[in-house]
Design a protein around this ligand. Structure first.
Ligand code: ADP
Ligand code: 5GP
Length: 189
């Protein structure tokens, strides 16, 4: 019988450092990324099937109707969802399945009682969050303001998570998440 792996949900406000932390976590072969489906446009450098499964709105809606998503949400005008099948396959393989999803999605999974470790990545403060989003240079000024406004609401939800990790120093934040996952010792070969 395959050992069931653990699911870890990493979420938090835009700009808090979720992607940066997840990239570092994925250097560990015991952790597998859950590739979400989305209707947003593919960005330069992104690979279909690796970063996301890029779908049309019709394709996404069909999967919603077929019950293929364990959670899905509209985030900043686009649809995003976690596919059940690949997530189950990772868990059956005994590996840690890493979901990097927004707060609405994380709370949906919590609400259905999906077993896992729920980690909220928090910025040190909102001024630093603004600085990071400005430095990332991916948003128009209006989109940036929208994300900051939403971040304040999302921050209130941190109490619903199992752990809050403040991403002040990146190395420290990554080490803390690995410790939470029980993966702070190197993999045995
Ligand atoms: P998210 O995925 O939560 O939207 P990102 O991972 O894209 O956030 O991080 C937002 C920006 O902040 C990026 O430019 C990233 O390089 C930077 N960043 C992430 N973590 C830190 C940190 N600990 N200290 C300083 N800058 C950071
Ligand atoms: P981006 O478009 O910048 O890659 O992601 C935008 C937001 O969508 C991020 O907060 C990211 O965590 C979230 N997201 C990515 N995949 C999923 C998913 O499958 N479900 C949900 N609910 N949110 C997702």
């Amino acid at each position: 019988m395959a050992r069931r792996g653990q699911m870890v949900v990493v979420s938090g406000p835009s700009g808090a450092g979720k992607s940066t932390i997840c990239k570092r976590l994925l250097l560990d072969p015991r952790i597998v990324f859950s590739v979400s489906a989305t209707t947003r446009k593919q960005r330069v450098g992104e690979v279909d099937g690796r970063d996301y499964h890029f779908l049309t709105i019709e394709e996404f809606r069909k999967k919603v109707e077929a019950g293929e998503f364990i959670e899905w949400a509209e985030v900043f005008g686009n649809l995003y969802g976690t596919l059940r099948k690949p997530m189950q396959a990772t868990l059956d393989s005994g590996k840690t399945c890493l979901l990097e999803i927004d707060v609405q999605g994380a709370l949906q999974l919590k609400a259905i009682g999906e077993p896992g470790i729920y980690v909220f990545i928090a910025p040190p403060d909102f001024e630093e969050l603004r600085k990071r989003l400005v430095a990332r240079n991916t948003e128009t000024p209006e989109a940036l303001e929208r994300r900051l406004h939403k971040a304040e609401d999302e921050y209130q939800e941190r109490v619903k998570y199992d752990h809050v990790v403040v991403n002040d120093d990146l190395d420290r934040a990554v080490a803390r998440v690995k410790q939470i996952l029980g993966l702070d010792e190197p993999a045995r070969t």
